[in-house]
Design a protein around this ligand. Sequence first.
Ligand code: ADP
Length: 301
Amino acid sequence: MPEQSRSVTFKNVSKVYAGGVKAVDGVSLEIVGGSFVALVGPSGSGKSTLLKTVNRLVEPSAGEVLIGDASVAAEPPHLLRRRIGYVFQNIGLFPHMSVAQNVAIGLRLAGQRDTAARVAELLELVELDAALAERMPDALSGGQRQRVGVARALACSPGLLLMDEPFGALDPVTRDGLGKAIRALHDRMGLTTILVTHDMAEALLLADRVLVMAAGRIVADATPRDLLAGKAGAEADALVAVPREQAHRLAELGNPSILPGTGRGTAPAGRGGGGAPQRTRPAESPLHQPAAGPPPRPGEE
Ligand code: ADP
């Protein structure tokens, strides 16, 4: 059984790297146990650094991170990491080990010898054919490799799953399928999940709560619905505008009469010149329509 879902609390966390870059600047927030939180923002805004303070791949320069009531600093990193699933881009499977051996690494480190049954269970969990167990990583597709990475991350039944751009190197169809699979696993296993992504559409569609980072700070903290309704401030609006605009253009391409009288079809393609961004009323947005929007989640509606 997975560990009980655990909250994650950041208390005034900052990170200044050697050379003086302030990657994280005084972040305080609590992530409720069992929630799926996306950390979104442009490249270099500090998302990965903040995430890595949870499993101590990065030590904060100031502040504290807690899992449940316990400071992560109180536990040796290798023991802490055994209780935290971690999935990142280009997952880093060991190339000389089979899929089964890669998945079983955490179990073996924890002293388990007979891992075959658990590996089979994990492959089934991430919807990989059992026959892949004996394959080597270079004989897998990118999507299959990421699924192996997810199986490996979940092997020791962590209550907490950290994901750092896990879908970054995948084609859009694979990316979408894996995103949905991760969300389903999160729900089924009662995980607490923190997903770092630069893709606002992905964050809106997968998460219960979206945190927007800019220059090391959290500049917006809202549900997908509130973000889409424009309630989370200018920085968040600017990021939401991209998928919203794309959804409009696609809808118009498919059916030019879909948005009568909105003037969207005649808007200039480029805005340029620093003019005020064109705001789209949420009710007009395909991303806001119930059929296309995120499904209701616990705590919403
Ligand atoms: P993001 O995940 O949002 O792309 P990062 O947390 O990776 O952002 O990086 C935030 C800032 O910290 C960037 O300016 C980056 O160059 C810098 N940075 C990240 N890792 C290191 C490091 N190990 N040493 C020095 N600077 C770093």
